[in-house]
Every structure is written in C-alpha cells, then in structure tokens.
Design a protein around this ligand. Sequence first.
Ligand code: GLA
Length: 315
Amino acid sequence: MAFVQAPGRVNLIGEHTDYNGGWVLPMALDLDCLVGFRRREDGAVRVTSLDAPGEIAPWVDALVTELAAEGRAPAGLDAVVASTVPMGAGLASSGALSIALGLALCRVAGVELEPAVLAEACRRAEERATGVPCGIMDQVVGVLGAPREPLLVDCRDVTVERVSLPAHAVVVVADSGVRRSLSDGRYAERREACEAAAARLGVGTLRDASAADVADDPVARHVVSENERVHRMVAALRSGDVEAAGAVLTEGHRSLRDDFAVSTPELDALAERLCSLGAYGARLTGAGFGGCVVALGGPELSERVSDDPSVVSVQ
Ligand code: GLA
C-alpha cells in the first residue's frame, strides 16, 4: 500500500478574498488527511472513509470527473481515507480531503499535474460534490503548504510566494466549538454579493476596486480592505514585527464581524479572550459562521493559552 497526505490550514489573513481575485496568506497545520491506496487492475474506484463513511461517494465521483477533465482517465484503486483535520471548524478539512484523494488518483494513473492545475481540479470537485462555490485557497495550501511557512497566494493567477514566520512568533489556533456547514447558502450569498458589487462598479473582480469605490458597501469594503491587510501582514512578518502583524489580525476580525457579517458571539468572545491572555491580535479564521480563531503572539502566549481551561487549542 502507498500513502499520500495533504494538510489542513489556518488562514492568517485574506478571508473571502480568494474568489474575488485577491490575495490570501494561509499556512499548513500539522493536521492532515491521509490516504492509503493501491491500484486495482479492474478499473474500479473503491474508497472508504474512516471519518464520514456515508459522505465520501460524491467526493470520489466528483474527483474522478474533474481529474478526467484534465486529460487522463483515472485508473482503479482501493483506498482508505482518515483525517486529523476537524470537520466544520474552518480549517479546510474538505480541501485536505480533495487534494489527498486527488493525489492518490493521479498516482495510480501515473499522472503528474502542475500544483495549480491539481488545485483547480480539486476546487471544481469540491464545488461539484458540495454545491459550495469555494475559492482556490484551501487546495493551494493542500498541495504546497508546510507548517510555519505561510503562503502568499495571488488568487487571480494562482502564483505563490513563501513567507517565513519570525522565529519568536507563536501562532495559536483555538476552537470555538461551534460547527458550521458552508452548504447552508450563507457562503454562496456572500460570494454573490461580491460579484454583484463588482458588476455595479464595472470591474471584473473586487480586486480591481478602490477603497473610495466601495466606501458605502460593507461587503465590498471588507474585501478591498482585507486585500490591503494581506500586504501589511506580509510586510510586518518579513520585518519581524509580530506585534504589528497581530494588530492586522484584530482589524481583520472587526471587518469580518462588522462589514462582512460572518462572525458569531462565540468567535468574538474567543478572539477577545486570546487578546486578554497576551496575544498581539486575533481573528476568526476560515469562512466564519463558527469554527476557529487564530492569534499571534510572543513565546509566552503558548503557555498562557495552555494554562487557560476556557481555550481549546487545535494543535
Ligand atoms: C472557505 C473556502 C475558501 C475561502 C474561505 C474564506 O474556506 O473554501 O475558498 O473562500 O472559505 O476565506
């Protein structure tokens, strides 16, 4: 049996910007989806999931369809999928699943796809399997991500630059315990609102709108200001200024809460709690509506968080 794996991610900044042609800064977690597989000569594709046995079939069908669209018919395989990425927690369990299974299907077929092509095929498969019109961020980090190496992704053309975390920076990912599903329509509604705003302004995507263009539209205002925060965060991390990077997180949380309206009282309270424990800043991570908070701080933050029973760290 052979094995492939793909990580979940925490997004440091750049939320709801990927499907607007903007920038994101996600980082792989030490949590992965693992697939054990072997080729079947009869061409059948048999996949068992240890985490959600009843939900794997649409993923398999969607991946087979989308990978076949890349030119080579997938070969048969027997596979078992198991993941340590919690589901519905905003840490891209779906992205990890689609990339790991996509890699296994490519491997048995002897196909090697460019990272951006594999990521896009797996993104389309996720949309096909779940109906959620997701962006490309989670799949890119699933293929290329490594822990403590944030990726600056320009989602318009899927180009990637690696950004190192300063050695003294501590990243905490804490779980609010609130689970959400993106297939309830709220994610799609936000995406539609962004596309409508871009159409009103006569730009292809909100990446090309200015702050002045969107001053009176909270949803679009979040996207334009968030793109600017990604660049500020990258500059802060590159100059080793973790405090300035933390301040960007807190600004990002306010924008997601007040302008984009995807926070919850639990996420707000957890972000505040982490700041009161000494984080330089904190914000909800992932699509929102529940899930996790990411915080940045100095070396003392880890201990303070692990001593506080009200905060559940993910890793
Ligand atoms: C989900 C989607 C991503 C991205 C985020 C929000 O994780 O899968 O493509 O849009 O939400 O930033």
